[in-house]
Design a protein around this ligand. Structure first.
Ligand code: HGY
Ligand code: MN
Ligand code: MN
Length: 395
């Protein structure tokens, strides 16, 4: 399965992946998933948003669902998302080969646009499926080419006028997501498998800075209203504030208008990704950076507007479920650790569905990069760990 999907959406130059939702490579992956569900004779459920759950119908009552996402960030790694989907499909094969008969249905899920890399809202598919975000709020979200979410979906046949949230505790007894670790906790502990304790609160904030376009040569420095200067000082302030507070702040995406070499820009739009251990800490960090940006805009004679585009509150996973999964293994208890990365499991948890995550060791900790990697033995250990976990939860 892994070899089959490796080439899909892979850029020759960087070796990174461009698997944006409702675009060609991601749609090929979706078709691959449908094929796998058919091959395993799983009952495929598709919701109005393009999310998929392939069910092993067995036993009765709300099911145990495991899965992840197939979309990637721009130029992303191979493992973030797909490892959880392939491992879930492989874990079901392991359980069936063992003759395991689940007492409740087991589903393999794929939620769309987990990364928010096209429409800007993190975990879009699971938010819409659970109602964490309403369709009316999301349908008008636009990608960088101005294409609306509802247009992109309708062009693929997902054209319900008023799609309703449908996923809740009636369908799901619990949700488990296997994911490559995005950090070095496991490798530093010498452990192959970990369990998530919590997800840091995190958000994405758009800084719109308007200046005065002018000639790069004939305009004296003191006469300028340069939005690039306001942006540059804001990026430095964000970096300093995050370091001082032991938190995270990143400007990874900037758009300059008119992007002309010999003109003072008219506007700069920059997106900040901020993450903190607590909700209060996140609010304080963003407020502090915003205030410093406003002070700088004052001095530069530019105009600033800051808009929160995506905010995900703190997630504390069900501690009893985490412990039930982590203990009594041949190699001892699996470590239970926090993460700064958001996941669909986090959305499930905030919607009242007992949720858990399994992490697979990442030897370098690198993620959201073509260099993201996990060793095959650790990936196979992940499949076994997930199979064991599903057996515990669906017995
Ligand atoms: O950005 C994140 O936290 C995750 O990788 N979607
Ligand atoms: Mn990611
Ligand atoms: Mn992910």
């Amino acid at each position: 399965m892994w070899r089959t999907i490796q080439p899909l959406g892979r850029a020759a130059r960087s070796g990174g992946y461009f698997r944006q939702p409702f675009a060609s490579a991601e749609r090929e992956l979706d078709a691959w998933f449908v094929e796998q569900a058919g091959a395993q004779r799983l009952r495929l459920e598709t919701d109005p948003f393009g999310n998929r759950i392939a069910w092993w119908d067995s036993g009765a009552g709300p099911g145990v669902v495991t899965g992840s996402h197939l979309d990637s960030v721009l130029d992303g790694g191979a493992y973030d998302g797909p490892l959880g989907v392939v491992s879930a499909l492989a874990a079901l094969e392991v359980l069936r080969d063992r003759g395991f008969r689940p007492a409740r249905p087991i589903g393999v899920s794929v939620f769309v646009e987990e990364e928010g890399s096209r429409f800007g809202l993190a975990c879009l598919g699971s938010r819409l499926a659970t109602g964490a975000t309403g369709w009316e709020q999301a349908r008008g979200l636009r990608d960088r080419d101005g294409v609306r979410l509802d247009e992109a979906m309708a062009s693929l046949g997902f054209d319900d006028e008023n799609p309703q949230p449908w996923l809740g505790s009636e369908q799901l007894a619990c949700f488990v997501e296997l994911h490559v670790e995005q950090g070095r906790d496991l490798v530093d502990r010498g452990a192959a498998i970990g369990v998530a304790s919590r997800i840091w609160p995190h958000g994405r904030y758009r800084f719109d800075i308007a200046g005065e376009p002018n000639h790069a040569g004939t305009t004296r420095m003191e006469d300028r209203r340069d939005p690039m200067l306001t942006y540059a000082m804001t990026a430095l302030a964000a970096n300093k504030q995050a370091r001082v507070a032991g938190q995270r702040a990143t400007f990874g995406r900037v758009d300059t208008q008119p992007n002309s070499t010999n003109s003072v820009p008219s506007a700069v739009t920059a997106w900040m990704d901020a993450r903190c251990e607590s909700d209060e800490g996140l609010a304080t960090l963003v407020e502090t950076i915003t205030r410093q940006a406003e002070d700088r805009a004052e001095r530069d004679g530019t105009r600033l507007a800051v808009t929160a585009e995506s905010v995900s509150g703190a997630v504390d996973f069900d501690p009893d479920l985490a412990r039930r999964i982590a203990v009594d293994h041949e190699d001892g208890d699996w470590p239970i650790l926090p993460t700064q990365a958001g996941h669909d499991a986090g959305i499930m948890s905030t919607q009242g569905i007992p949720s858990a995550m399994l992490f697979v060791r990442n030897p370098t900790g690198v993620s959201h990069s073509p260099a993201e990697h996990a060793e095959l033995p650790d990936c196979l250990a992940g499949v076994d760990a997930l199979a064991e976990t599903l057996e515990r939860l669906a017995s």
